[in-house]
Write a protein that binds this ligand. Sequence first.
Ligand SMILES: NC(=O)C1=CN([C@@H]2O[C@H](COP(=O)(O)OP(=O)(O)OC[C@H]3O[C@@H](n4cnc5c(N)ncnc54)[C@H](OP(=O)(O)O)[C@@H]3O)[C@@H](O)[C@H]2O)C=CC1
Ligand SMILES: O=C(O)CCC(=O)C(=O)O
Ligand SMILES: [Mg+2]
Length: 421
Amino acid sequence: MAGEKVSTTNGVLNVPNNPIIPFIEGDGTGPDIWSAAVKVLDAAVEKAYNGEKKIEWKEVLAGKKAFDQTGEWLPQETLDTIDEYLIAIKGPLTTPIGGGFRSLNVALRQELDLFACLRPVRYFTGVPSPVKRPEDTDMVIFRENTEDIYAGIEFKEGTDEVKKVIDFLQNEMGQKNIRFPETSGIGIKPVSKEGTERLVRSAIQYALDNNRKSVTLVHKGNIMKFTEGAFKSWGYDLAEREFGDKVFTWNEYDKIAEAEGREAADKKQGEAEAAGKLIVKDAIADIFLQQILTRPKDFDVVATMNLNGDYVSDALAAQVGGIGIAPGANINYETGHAIFEATHGTAPKYAGLDKVNPSSVILSGVLMLEHLGWQEAADLITASMEKTIASKVVTYDFARLMDGATEVKCSEFGEELVKNM
Ligand SMILES: NC(=O)C1=CN([C@@H]2O[C@H](COP(=O)(O)OP(=O)(O)OC[C@H]3O[C@@H](n4cnc5c(N)ncnc54)[C@H](OP(=O)(O)O)[C@@H]3O)[C@@H](O)[C@H]2O)C=CC1
Ligand SMILES: O=C(O)CCC(=O)C(=O)O
Ligand SMILES: [Mg+2]
């Protein structure tokens, strides 16, 4: 096929003018939103570079389409192709609940070791939101993407396996706290120092590169001491060890407060802020979910584990208008591999209706263009999105909450974006 591979040299991406980018269309509403998105992405690249640059799309299969054509939900060829071409984009994939195969989305992240799930949350003027000042929400989530209870180490109630695990926990580890051992399923939550460090390192580096003010480590370390609590401690240690005087941490604050009092600690933090240092702090997950609503301006970059990150990204998306407009990327900052994808799922009840909002996957494409260094094309789409929303031409999800909106189909919204570029 025409086009060339994206590659890396010493951690720097080499992007040809005609990069081959694999895409997965996705299940449910995936084909609807992908069809709208690809036209917008192509039009932006064409317009930004007068035809000098062009993405050569290469379809790879996953989900139902893969199963129907190959008998496998996630063919090895798909993994190999993304591994080879480095950068890919995908629509949502269905995961059955309570049984059946494990998440293909999670499998893609784990197989390709895409350890950081990057989910920026910003407001587009005019988008209907349940909060009074949605523009105050401007955060970037770094969700750990390869471990935590998402590792899939689970044992089903009533099986020989779970009996063995419970027997081990009770009789060899002296655990007395399994309330109903005869009828329990068991899940295991691995959280490692390496996994934490590479995630927190990328979050801090991102914050420094993008002039953000703080990184908040979000955890439930008071309850899960050796997983979520360790995430916090390892995060602070890494920040101080690797980023030295570029950061000021609440760990340092606590030490100063203990030795010299809170006033001295406040003074040091004030000086650090005035000197433009990045503040690395932490929050326990429950109060964090309250404070992102009550005082969103206090938060900027957020680094957290897999499950917290899943919850936090949908909650924050709601504040700026919902998951119809929330983009994401799964990235390995060490190898350069990345898969861009929307935050939402397959929304099956709308499949094939040409109805849902394609903005999440389009804005994921914007993240991809930025990652490729094609900022001009990315900016064209962002500006067009702002203009189109301001003109109140929107899909059903925004139209039902907006006065005087013109509701358009998924494909028509894409066409409107192209027109407004
Ligand atoms: N990364 C991925 O591929 C993900 C996959 N999934 C999978 O998707 C499937 C369905 O999950 P479910 O929990 O229903 O979550 P979904 O995100 O698919 O849908 C939930 C609701 O969110 C709204 N929504 C979703 N997408 C859009 C869109 N593009 N535009 C506007 N509104 C949207 C709709 O709200 P309303 O009803 O109010 O109109 C929809 O009913 C499951 O199999 C799940 O595992 C879930 C999340 C991520
Ligand atoms: O894999 C899935 O089905 C769900 C994934 C998910 O919720 C997410 O990526 O945010
Ligand atoms: Mg989710």
